[in-house]
Design a protein around this ligand. Sequence first.
Ligand code: ADP
Ligand code: MG
Length: 699
Amino acid sequence: MPSPDEVLATPLQFLKGVGPRRAADFSHIGLHTVEDLLYRFPIRYEDRSRLQPIASLKPGESASIAARILSCGLRSTRRPGFKIFEALVADASGPLRITWLNQPFLRDVFTVGQHVVFYGPVEIRGGAGLQIINPQYEILEEEEGETIHTGRVVPVYERAGTVTPKMQRKLVHEALQRVPADLADSVPEEVRARLELPSRRAALVEAHFPPAQASVDELNRFATPAQRRLIFEEAFLFHLGVLAKRQAAAMDQKPAPVLVDDRIRESARRVLPFRLTGGQRQALKEIVDDLQRRYPMNRLLQGDVGAGKTIVALLASLVAMENGLQVAFMAPTEILAEQHFINIARLLRSSRFRIALLTGSTSAAARREQLALIEGGTIHLVVGTHALVEGDVRFHQLGLVVIDEQHRFGVLQRATLRTKGLHPDVLVMTATPIPRTLALTVYGDLDVSVIRDMPPGRLPITTMAKPESRRDEVYAFIRKELEQGRQAYVVYPLVEESDRVDLKAATEMADHLSQEVFPAYRVGLLHGRMKPDGKDRVMKAFVAGELHVLVSTTVIEVGIDVPNASVMIIEHAERFGLSQLHQLRGRVGRGAHQSHCVLLYQSPLSEDARERLKAMTETTDGFEIAERDLLLRGPGDFFGTRQAGMPTFRLIDLVRDRELLDTAGREAAHWFAREAPAPAAIEKLLANWEARFKLIEVG
Ligand code: ADP
Ligand code: MG
């Protein structure tokens, strides 16, 4: 007799009706076990408890009917290539016409005599009776008249390869039969009792096969007690894992926490070229508090482009160096590393600290020399790219690791760097504003500091959206800026499936601009297919002002600082995501000149695209943009790709379930504090947790 847990762990191919083909289809979408299958919610629920007699249908509402096909076939129309598939169906109360537009393959799906459930909008048919257009359908087999597929509220699943919604319904039903009554509950009894949550087993059954009195509307909002209980469960486990990770990390001990006294405060004041903003001061305080703790810091510093994160990191570095510790300052590209190196060297000029730059282009001899100085402890701060993580870089006493623009680093590189010190403090910086709800989950095991204000005196960037037809005006505008000695960016989208085509577009545009539009100016081109040193060369020429216009795909570095660039044209702005548009816009507005961003778009705009462009013209606040982006796109797409560190939730929708997530967080914290799980228990929790949530590991 398998244990309850074993039942859930049963591989799907052991389920009746799942052969190798279906197992592969399931595995393709990440479903491997019975548990995976049971935690895949229906995408919606359909009320088939009251299938409507055809004679009672009214136009303007959606209806479910069960009817037999009397005749069906493909019909051509006057519009070439446009096909209509029509079926005449009937139930005991009368006939109805059903129409699908441009789905000729239905020819192979339907045959006369089939018994089918249709669900769709009822419309008036050109003054002559009613019809349903493009309905969802499900073909019933004779013997399953009133089983799990009709006569009740039924779950409708998203199709998975060859597995139809109906097959999945059958499989889920079958799987639920096997789940034993004494299935262990993953939410502690006392929490369940207090929040009046149903048991795990009951919740699983009801989320898939709702009881007769369940409200379809509530089901479709995923708000029934059963659904909420399962969402809560996922959130609770997620939070527990985060807490456990934090506790495990807090067991590591730094060799010595840093001390901060008046001498060190004075030393910091001396290098500071300006007054810190309120946000910078607060962030610095949080970081320095961490440095003074016994366990290592694991902190994310968020701040929009230009918010002034670097100086905060540098002041923290100074505190570490004053305590005899070394600092590694890592940037994702050579240009950014050099930029940091130059700035830091300038700021530390009058201090006693020695700094070095270590990148891929450091010569072998220089590198050897620097490595010796780093290992000997003579160099106090090293700025570098991933060259910093190579095996031969050894520190005397690495105390602080600063990682700039973290989303550019692989997990592995960070891990390597971390092992180069004895539990060094880690500060990760990002200019990608993360909405509050996402921050909690994406960076669950990091503490987060946020700089929301900007250094004084910045001129907000003006942003305009212009249709393609106004291109000439836009060129005239750029010319005016160039005449005043400014520089301009022209950005092209790069769509993955067709990057060759887009690259061609960018290349041709660069030629066109340099030969016909701005013959008096030098135009450069930057794209992702160039070798790193080629990219660096173009970028450096632009930084040096030798190029006036830079045409590029979206590869321009985050954080690159060209104060003289005052115009950013984004071509096909309708194709970009909101956060990406904002990131791009952040390349301008970095100097004393009024900066402008022009979003050139191709009409007609989709509703979403219109919203994005509108948001861009309405606000320059990165956090507000991020919140709007999250609402527009949903969390799955927020970063463009899933592997960017988003945990993969099975049931939680970060927007829909905000409140439930908060509740679960509070409950998990209480429970964790009260139960104080043993290290062994934590380890067990984390083992599954990593695989389950695939959260990014930082540091
Ligand atoms: P980011 O947060 O994007 O990394 P940086 O650290 O590069 O921003 O800072 C952007 C610019 O603002 C730099 O030129 C920096 O010297 C300047 N800056 C930062 N903080 C202040 C401040 N408090 N007052 C004035 N200028 C500042
Ligand atoms: Mg920066």
